[in-house]
Design a protein around this ligand. Structure first.
Ligand code: HEM
Ligand SMILES: [Cu+2]
Length: 596
């Protein structure tokens, strides 16, 4: 058997030296980035600003937690000022984390970078539209952050007896949910903030549209639906939600703006409207939106578990279809956010039952991952540590969801820290861990350098412990009745809050280790081979980093996405190389009816 090392086909090594030209060096200067239609570069441009948003949201997580550190007024001396400051701070935190970080994180960064390469395509179906999405994200982000951040600054100025200047926006204090009637009546900038979300929504819709068109039209002939990597299935299901649900949010926010500006009674009872209607509209988007957050994460984890167990992903079709099932079910469970809103008990019962049924496709995935790991050759590299961490956190987040889906218990848990803990386990624990794991996994492909494995593992362990220290105890605080969105609390909750706050400091340390490791790889990382993990999806068949058009010539035939057997480790290249020429291998695969 010969190891193929022709330039560009596989294996890096000599091939790579001959092709120094890659997508990072293909054009020079700022303008070559700002005008690029290369999906890989657009993915990296998202990376910069989505990570910046995460940092900003993170700073305010720490602000909020520090305010809660003790039962004194921790940050600002006076009570009214502290309350205002707190309301603006948790609104900024929640809104930035949701709309600017967790929704775009995986699709816009990892999806943009990897989806076309995994499909053997040169780019997404509509490259210019893709760049447009990025610009919309940027406009929405700058605007939204400006409004929210100014509001916080204003409350601090007030606390020190300074009147904020007139031109400074007064910010937003409604929470990321914009609930009426408060949002109709508050003096803060609801209309401007909703405009920001509106613009961001279009960015999300256009990305979804692009991915759907790409999956349908850009695959090579041999890649049937069931030859697609599971990450693609997940992004596809996510895209369906993005284009079907996001317009509902846009319309809802328009109605809210109309109510505020024109005084038309839609949601505010004082004007003859109905606040419960707002909740219906809002959650009709926002429940599916939590699947926009989690589905791509589930897709990343399927790739990681397959690659680092060196096995076919067990139950491929079940995992693929469960993504679609989650997307569909996600649309019919929104009422579980409204059990205590006074909607009819018949509706409550139906929504409760439907909600529990979403646990089925989620559990299918978890069991299939465990079955994939079963007797696999598991390697505990950093991405895999995050994948395993993900399974834990997702299980805890998901199972505590059942307590909230149960009518009798939800009446008690509703609006307490139990909910805060639950959604952080799902959104932060799960999605953030999958995101970091995916970043580590594709890092060598993106930048052509390896990160430090030891630092990576230490970071993974510290974030995992820090995360659990921060949030597990919030379940207990919630069970004891600690309500959410308060800056102050009764003395009996002091221990829980202090514990959680120290946990959040540990979590921050973990995240800084991750950041350090990524940056460090730029000057100290060794050169990455084409396929450091031995994975069999198409992005590993091209050089690291890939050339401008992803492949030299046509993309090779990779067969089943989790057929790892054709790759073997090569000491010299510190990465995997093909045992056989992909063409010969492809013929064998075809002769065996698609299976090896
Ligand atoms: C991926 C990252 C995160 C996401 C998506 C996220 C999301 C959210 C959301 C949506 C809220 C609700 C805000 C509201 O009630 O309007 C929230 C609240 C909160 N988050 Fe996060 N969060 C993230 C990370 C963190 C981290 C790392 C911490 C702690 C270090 C944290 C601490 C808090 C606290 C203390 C609240 C306020 C709870 C309350 O007073 O009701 N979050 N978060
Ligand atoms: Cu929900």
């Amino acid at each position: 058997m010969s190891v193929v090392t022709q330039p560009g086909s596989i294996g890096g090594g000599q091939g790579q030296e001959a092709h120094e030209d890659n997508y990072l060096t293909a054009g020079k200067g700022l303008w070559s980035w700002l005008s690029t239609v290369d999906h890989k570069r657009i993915g990296l441009m998202y990376m910069g600003f989505v990570l910046f948003s995460f940092f900003l949201g993170g700073v305010f997580a720490i602000v909020v937690r520090t305010e809660l550190l003790s039962n004194e007024w921790t940050l600002l001396a006076d009570e009214t000022a502290s309350n205002d400051f707190y309301n603006h701070s948790f609104t900024l935190h929640g809104a930035v984390m949701t709309f600017l970080f967790i929704i775009p994180a995986i699709p816009a960064i990892l999806g943009n970078f990897a989806l076309p390469i995994m499909l053997g395509a040169k780019d997404v179906a509509f490259p210019k539209l893709n760049l447009t999405s990025w610009y919309l994200y940027m406009i929405g982000m700058v605007f939204f952050v400006w409004i929210l951040l100014s509001g916080v600054i204003g409350t601090v100025l007030y606390a020190y007896g300074i009147n904020p200047p007139d031109w400074l926006p007064v910010g937003l204090d409604t929470g990321w949910t914009f609930y009426t009637p408060y949002s109709t009546e508050t003096g803060t900038q609801v209309v401007a903030a909703t405009l920001g979300v509106f613009i961001l929504g279009f960015s999300s819709i256009l990305t979804g549209l692009n991915f759907i068109a790409t999956v349908h039209t850009m695959r090579p002939k041999w890649m049937t639906w069931f030859h697609m990597p599971l990450f693609i299935w997940a992004l596809y299901a996510t895209a369906l939600i993005q284009i079907l649900a996001t317009p509902v949010l846009a319309i809802t926010l328009l109605l809210l703006a109309a109510e505020r500006m024109l005084g038309i009674g839609i949601f505010d009872p004082a004007l003859g409207g109905d606040p419960v209607l707002y909740q219906h509209f809002f959650w009709f988007y926002s429940h599916p939106a939590v699947y926009i957050m989690i589905l791509p994460a589930l897709g990343v984890v399927s790739e990681l578990i397959g690659a680092f167990s060196r096995k076919h992903v067990f139950g491929y079709k079940f995992i693929a279809f469960s993504s679609v099932a989650i997307a569909v079910f996600g649309f019919i469970v929104w009422g579980h956010h409204m059990f205590t809103s006074g909607q009819s008990s018949m509706l409550n019962a139906i929504f409760s039952l439907l909600t529990m049924s979403v646990a089925i496709p989620s559990a299918i995935k978890v069991f299939n991952w465990l079955a994939t790991m079963w007797r696999g050759q598991i390697r505990l590299d950093t991405p895999m540590l995050y994948a395993i961490g993900f399974i834990w956190l997702f299980a805890i987040g998901g199972l505590t969801g059942l307590f909230l889906a149960t009518l009798s218990t939800d009446i008690f848990f509703h609006d307490t820290y139990f909910v805060v803990a639950h959604f952080h386990y799902v959104m932060v624990g799960s999605t953030l861990f999958a995101f970091i794991g995916g970043m580590y996994y594709w890092w060598p492909k993106m930048f052509g350098v390896m990160y430090n494995e030891t630092t990576g593992r230490i970071g993974a362990i510290v974030t995992f412990i820090g995360f659990n220290a921060t949030f597990f105890i919030q379940f207990l605080a919630g069970t004891k009745g600690m309500p959410r969105r308060y800056a102050h609390y009764l003395d009996e909750y002091a221990f829980y809050h202090a514990f959680s706050t120290y946990g959040s400091y540990l979590l921050s340390i973990g995240l800084f280790i991750v950041l350090y490791n990524w940056l460090h790889s730029f000057w100290a990382g060794r050169k990455a081979s084409a396929n450091p993990w031995g994975a069999n999806t198409l992005e590993w068949y091209t050089t690291s980093p890939p050339p401008h058009h992803n492949f030299e010539g046509e993309a090779p035939i990779a067969g089943e996405p989790y057929d790892h057997v054709n790759w073997k480790y090569d000491e010299q290249q510190e990465g995997y190389v093909l045992r056989e020429d992909p063409k010969v291998y492809a013929e064998k695969v075809a002769a065996a009816g698609g299976h090896h």
